[in-house]
Every structure is written in C-alpha cells, then in structure tokens.
Design a protein around this ligand. Sequence first.
Ligand code: NAP
Length: 489
Amino acid sequence: MSNTITEAAVLNKTEKGLLIGGRFRAAAAGRTFAVENPATGTTLCEVADGSAEDALDALGAASAAQSSWAATPPRERAEILRRAYQLLTERTEEIALLITLEMGKSLAESRAEVAYGAEFFRWFSEEAVRIRGDWTVNPGGSGRIVLMRQPVGPCLLITPWNVPLAMPTRKIGPAIAAGCTMILKPAEQTPLTALMLAGILAEAGLPDGVLNVVTTSSPGPVTEPLIHDERLRKLSFTGSTEVGRILIASSADKVLRTSMELGGNGPFIVCADADIDAAVDGAMIAKMRNIGQACIAANRFYLHADVAEEFTDKLTDRMSGMAVGSGVDEGVEVGPLIDAGQRDKVAALVDDAVRRGAHIRTGGKAASGPGYFYPPTVLTDVPSSSRLAREEIFGPVAPISTFTDEQEMLRAANDTESGLVSYVYTRDLDRAIRLAENLETGMVGINQGLVSNPAAPFGGMKQSGLGREGGSVGIDEYLEVKYVAVGVA
Ligand code: NAP
C-alpha cells in the first residue's frame, strides 16, 4: 500500500527552518541541504543548512532564556512535558510516517519509536517535581551540610539518525525537567522528525528560546564554536565512539560537562540450558530492531555447541522469512539501510568474514538499487579475527560462533573496547547472575532481547560512553549539586 498523499501532507506541514528564539527561520546564509528517502534514493525536501553564525544565535537565545526557565515552577515544566507526551501519542501515525520516510525503518517500528520516545516525556514530567536536596548535621555538630540541585545551564544536544525521535526526547525530556535551555543539533539525514518534535513542544507551551534547533550539513564547524563558548555548560552526545572522542577532546578546553552515549558491540549468549524458542524471539528483537542499526544491537552471537544447530536453524528460518521493502508499505519488516555507505560497509564486513572461512546460511548479498537494501543474513563459523566480530555492524547480519567453555566465552565477549549491552539466555539462575556480574557492559538483558526502557538507566561502560540517560538518574546529567556550608553557633 502506498502512502503518497499522506506523505506529501506530512512533509508539507513539517517545518524546514532553524528554530531560534521561538521562530522558525532560514539559515543566515540562505543555504539548504537535501533530505533523502533511503528506500528510493530520492530527495524528500530541502532543509535549512545552519552555519556557525546561526548556531551562535541559537546559543544566544538559549542563554537569554536560561534564568527565567530555571525559575519556572517545576510543575509547569512537568505539565509542558506531559502535554507534549499527549500530542506525540495522538499524532503517532504522522510522526511514524515521517520517521519512516527519512530513516527507512518499517512503519510498525516507527510507531514503536514514537511510543518509546514519547514515554521519556511522561517519565521526566514525573521527575521534574522530585528534584531533591539534602540537609545534614555535620559530624562535628557545629554546622549544617545543605545540598541543592540546580540546572546546569544551556546544553548542546547532538543526536544520531538511527532513532530520530527518541534520541532527542531522551535528552530534551530531562533537560526540560531540570530547567535547562538547549540547542539540538539533529543528524543531517533525519532533521525532519526533530523539527516536527520542536513544533509539538512549542504547541505544548514550551517558552521561546528554551529549545532551539540547528540543522546543518557541517556538524563539526557548526558545533565547535559552541563547545568553546563559555555560555554553553553541557554537551550531551549520542553517536559513534569516533566522533565522541573528538567531542570529549574539544570539551576539555572549557572543561565542559559531557554525557556520551557511544557505539556498542553487544554479545548475545545462548547457554546450553536456554529456552531456545525464547532465545530466538529475543535474538530477532536484539538483532533486527532498526534493521540492525542500533547501538544495542546484538553484534556477535555466542552459542553453546549443544544448542548451536537448533538455534541457528530456527534463527535462519525466521530471518529468511522476513519481508524486505520500503518501510511505508504495511507488512514490510525490514527497510533499507540509511545510505549507500552503510550498505557497502555491511557488504564489506560480510565479504571479509566469508573470505576468512565463515559460511552464509541466508542472505549475504546486497540488493541492487534503488534504495539501500541488505537482506537479513546469518553467518556461521565466524572467526574472531574477522571484522564482523570486532566492529559495530549496524546492519541485519547475525555472525555466529560456538563455545563449550563458559570462561573462554566470557573472555571473548569482553574482548572489545565497547561495553554497552550484552544479552544472556539461560534457565540457570546462578549462571545468569555470574554472567551478569562479569560481563563488562552497562546493561545486561537476561532472557530478554529488549533492554531499552525510559524508567531504567541507559548507558555504557568502557568506550561506550559516560553517564546514563533515563531512569531516576537520567535527570542528574542536567543538574549541578551545590553544597552550602551553614555555620551554626
Ligand atoms: P555519528 O556519525 O557519530 O553522528 C552522530 C551525530 O554527531 C550526528 O548528528 C552527526 O552529524 C554529528 N557529528 C558528526 N561529526 C561531528 C563532529 N565532528 N562534531 C560534532 N558533531 C558531529 O553517528 P551516526 O552514524 O549518526 O550514528 C550511529 C552511531 O551512534 C553508532 O555508533 C551507534 O552505536 C551510536 N548510537 C549510540 C547510542 C547510545 O545510546 N549509546 C544510541 C544510538 C546510536 P551529521 O549527521 O551531520 O554527520
């Protein structure tokens, strides 16, 4: 089924300009860039191409709004978030269509992203009114230790293309709740969802200047001057570890507070005692969500030799039966990858593994255009030396290896610079706890292929990041703890 008319209507009603100080406007230099539909390779529309000058204007607006926004009663901030949650939920269909058009995932997945993304606003609307301090008698009894939590100040939020609604809401929600103003720099490939979100927040009553949006095709030159500007107090970034390192280095200049949600290389472990059907269900979610383009995607499968054949057969069956096509067509489960570069990278990783001795069980060959499609792929006997086992795949490819010794498997699972997520399927409680305690990742899914939850802290160890988003700690990333020493005679 084609959505041509609705597509035109949704594109037509989405803002295409920069949002600065409450007004959508063209870039100062009048430049625009094209937003592409990855299912067809055609241009959807043009969007304002912001410059450093525009970004500094946005910082000026955020800085001017900061003190009055910080003084806005928490209940008012909460109610804006709650209204935005409501509007997002009511408009699920049009937002989902926009996500699918610019990012490629199926409509069903885009609807799920709207539900997930909106939930951050509901969660943080509840947190806004529970920002607590502390009061203690100091140990010597001669004074009081008073702690208060205050908004950190204007924030720069940089988000990736793979989750174009929920990555912004996971940062905007706590920033609004804490009383921070902000500049959002969405990914070049998916600016439209961010612009629609900004319109919804304005409709929900967010005052001018609290959220500013700068879309651009030159992320480095546009964000660099902000990072070196003393008015900026916080950088929250979600994206690749490579860009995260650059931003951490730049942030050293002004000792800018940073939160970093970076790349993953998640192991998916199936033990000999696992419920295999449940493990296959979990693998389908952990591997195929977002067409494999997720930081928490299962990147390496470690199967106990006793169950490897059964699991592989069942996974191969499910993967080969998935409907591939344009995400706007109902029933499609696997959309295109984001661009030709990503498709070619996935193809190169698979080719490298096959050259080193891996066997293709299904898939393994990129489709010819239009669009950037790569089929669901299962590979067995993947050597640990192959690029597939070491790099973040960001595609619908499941590389399988087997193990018999738990300790050896654990060493292999932890043998990566990443530490975002791991998945374990076992019915043995002791083993589950042992593995959860010894896997070097910020999140562990036990008999569960989906760990994302706005009510839980999301984030990584090692080079997967700094800080946590969501849960009861998510708001702390946007708050300063101030200690007041009160002398008592
Ligand atoms: P990316 O290339 O690092 O880009 C992420 C964002 O940073 C985009 O907005 C990008 O702008 C911007 N950017 C790129 N270079 C920059 C620079 N020099 N200075 C400032 N900003 C810059 O990552 P991606 O390809 O969009 O996203 C995929 C990556 O994100 C994967 O590694 C994935 O694991 C990670 N991710 C992590 C999480 C998490 O929570 N841990 C969640 C989702 C994704 P442009 O779009 O203009 O390049």
